[in-house]
Ligand binder design. Structure first.
Ligand code: BGC
Length: 254
């Protein structure tokens, strides 16, 4: 019998969320726990919260953890929306120590890559493994996960494409909509402009729109003016947790 339960923690600029995951259903198994991200969001402060969440559930198996950073071999290499102290931090080692787990029991990956993995296995990309699919998460920043024939090409940072002289996520992230109090009609053209630039560069077959705003997809997806088919993510806010847990239990491949 395969592994049927896992545990994921999704670290974001505003909240750290974790929970048990039913790996067959591709969904949370019970309630998730959310703790406000400590400010400053230093590696030590964040690791304390991660340990608190894992302890709370009494979970002793492998843990998948996302960071809003480029992550290679467990080391965070960027930090656009978290404390700069993450850059160069061996996150896998840090969490392993804090959680009392060996290196193979802790997997750390980029948040959008985790969300994309969940969508491809269980959500909007499930039946759509052929071709080039990009998941974009619209939240504090813009995250991206790229899949070719179902296989993840990790650590793409399409949220930082330069669009009309600006870092794309500074114009089109969901946080910008909130901060500037933009209506859907005002914000969506920014997203269209962003996706247009991206689609002219990589020519995807499908775009999956994720992040918190995917819950309101009906309000803005119809307003998009782009060439590529865009569908809403299915797992909404839980995609990062589910994807992280799945990767920790089964590895990155499908
Ligand atoms: C970061 C990405 C991250 C995305 C979503 C961006 O600012 O550079 O690594 O995936 O935000 O959190």
């Amino acid at each position: 019998m395969g592994i049927t339960r896992g545990f994921g923690v999704d670290i974001g600029g505003s909240g750290i969320k974790g929970g048990l995951v039913d790996l067959e259903a591709g969904a949370l198994d019970g309630e998730r726990m959310r703790v406000v991200t400590p400010q400053p969001s230093t590696p030590d402060a964040v690791a304390d919260v991660v340990a608190e969440i894992v302890d709370k559930f009494g979970w002793d198996g492998p843990v998948g953890i996302t960071l809003p950073c480029v992550v290679k071999k467990g080391v965070a290499l960027t930090a656009a929306n978290v404390d700069k102290g993450w850059i160069g931090t061996n996150a896998a080692e840090l969490f392993g120590e804090r959680l009392g787990r060996s290196a193979d029991q802790v997997v750390v990956l980029n948040d959008a890559d985790a969300a994309g993995t969940a969508e491809m296995r269980f959500g909007a990309g499930k039946e759509r493994h052929d071709g080039l699919i990009v998941l974009l998460t619209f939240g504090t920043g813009i995250g991206s996960a790229l899949f070719l024939d179902g296989e993840l090409i990790p650590n793409t940072e399409f949220g930082h494409l330069e669009v009309d002289g600006h870092d794309a996520e500074k114009r089109a992230a969901a946080s910008v909509k909130e901060d500037k109090e933009l209506s859907w009609e005002e914000w969506t053209p920014r997203v269209s402009r962003y996706i247009s630039v991206l689609e002219n560069l990589i020519w995807p077959d499908l775009v999956i729109a994720g992040g918190g705003v995917s819950k309101k997809a009906h309000k803005w997806l119809p307003l998009l003016d782009v060439r590529t088919e865009v569908v809403a993510a299915a797992l909404k806010n839980d995609a990062g947790i589910v994807g992280a847990a799945a990767v920790a239990a089964h590895g990155i491949r499908h």
